[in-house]
Design a protein around this ligand. Structure first.
Ligand SMILES: Cc1ncc(COP(=O)(O)O)c(C=O)c1O
Length: 372
């Protein structure tokens, strides 16, 4: 629709700026040097070694690069593979909603049963009492995501402690989707589940290069998990993709020495979040500034009584600004009036996008008042 209506596209989550030149050069160099054939099934060894060092440095956990790290075709494949490796018919998987849209279908394809637990409205923190109430002897897995798409919330050390207590001696597996590990704001620290020895021992921790290097279209990610889980993971990985893009893996292996790139990302995106929230501050949208990711939720209940699908459609068609309604991130009928915008865009695009949201808020809220 964004294309059809020539709208500014703040809907899907990808940057409209390019990745670092040095990374492009490295890919070209490796292609020219002939690194164009199948990589090793679990990934290029040098890349896995670099990632093992990085995780150790950032989160203090040792993952053996030979036996505990696997390079995947993006985080989506890693999530699918971890679920397929773990879930059998009728196993229950706790999903926190709203949730990234690949989790539930991946559980269902494997005959598992998604058990949906809503995040707390407004703050979108985890409601641990409800999680506890939904743990049964059929619970095989819990899927967490922090920083969280679509809400921008983040987990804290306390969440990790509670999860340890709730799942102690249960054997419940965890998928921790940490693709936005380097996009977290206000001086907060990313709490990877790998910091917890107890949880890391039964977790698949999943990352994506796409979010960190502005290369979502290259579809490269990785999974860190203890050896027993990685063994099962690779049995599936081998026959889902076998191996992933060779020259890009070599390029990332070199580029990972450039720590400055990922260490500066928080600041880079925090400025964009601040720009967007300051431009929307005095309008009729309600929001809590995102604590992480490159998404901002906006509650438009003061502006319109339309449902979120219709509201998003109208913004695209009449005001030339494409956004995402929140309802597709839920499994059940849902009637909050919330949309998501992506601020991984050039500043001039964000200025124009916020102008259009402003115009929509003025015109639609006037109509709404008259209708009342
Ligand atoms: C929470 C979350 N997990 C996973 C992914 C998928 O990452 P990838 O593009 O590496 O498959 C996304 C992409 O938007 C995401 O937002």
């Amino acid at each position: 629709m964004a294309l059809d209506y020539n709208a500014i596209n703040l809907s899907q989550g990808f940057p409209d700026f390019n990745c670092p030149d040095q990374l492009l050069k490295l890919v070209e160099e490796y292609q020219a040097k002939g690194f164009n054939q199948y990589a090793a099934m679990p990934g290029v060894p040098k890349l896995r070694e670099q990632l093992s060092k990085k995780i150790k440095k950032l989160y203090g956990r040792d993952y053996n690069s030979e036996t505990e790290i696997t390079i995947t075709a993006g985080a989506t494949q890693a999530i699918f593979t971890a679920i397929t490796a773990s879930i059998e018919k009728e196993d229950e998987v706790i999903l926190l909603e709203p949730a990234y849209d690949s989790y539930a279908p991946s559980v269902l394809i494997n005959g598992g049963v998604p058990v949906f637990v809503p995040l707390i409205k407004g703050s979108y923190k985890i409601d641990w009492d409800r999680v506890k109430d939904n743990i049964s002897d059929k619970t095989k897995m819990i899927i967490l995501n922090s920083p969280h798409n679509p809400t921008g919330s983040v987990i804290t050390e306390t969440d990790i402690k509670i999860l340890e207590e709730l799942t102690r001696n249960t054997g419940i597996l965890i998928i921790s989707d940490e693709v936005y590990e380097h996009i977290i704001f206000d001086g907060e620290k990313h709490f990877s589940l790998s910091v917890s020895e107890e949880l890391a021992g039964r977790s698949f921790i999943i990352f994506s290069f796409g979010k960190t290097y502005h290369t979502t279209g290259w579809k490269l990610g990785y999974c860190a998990a203890p050896e027993n889980l990685t063994k099962e993971f690779r049995k599936i990985h081998q026959f889902v993709v076998f191996s992933v893009n060779t020259p890009v893996q070599y390029a990332y292996a070199d580029f990972l020495d450039n720590e400055e790139h990922y260490l500066s990302l928080n600041n880079f995106y925090e400025k964009k979040r601040d720009l967007v929230t300051s431009l929307l501050k005095d309008l009729f949208y309600n929001f809590n500034p995102a604590k992480g990711t490159y998404f901002q939720l906006l509650d438009y209940s003061k502006i319109s009584e339309m449902n979120d699908m219709d509201f998003a459609e109208r913004l695209t068609k009449e005001f030339g600004i494409a956004v995402i309604p929140l309802s597709p991130f839920y499994s059940n009928p849902y009637n909050e009036k919330v949309i998501r915008i992506c601020f991984a865009k050039r500043d001039e695009v964000l200025y124009e996008g916020m102008n259009r949201l402003k115009k929509a808020s003025q015109i639609l809220s006037e109509k709404n008042t008259i209708a009342k």
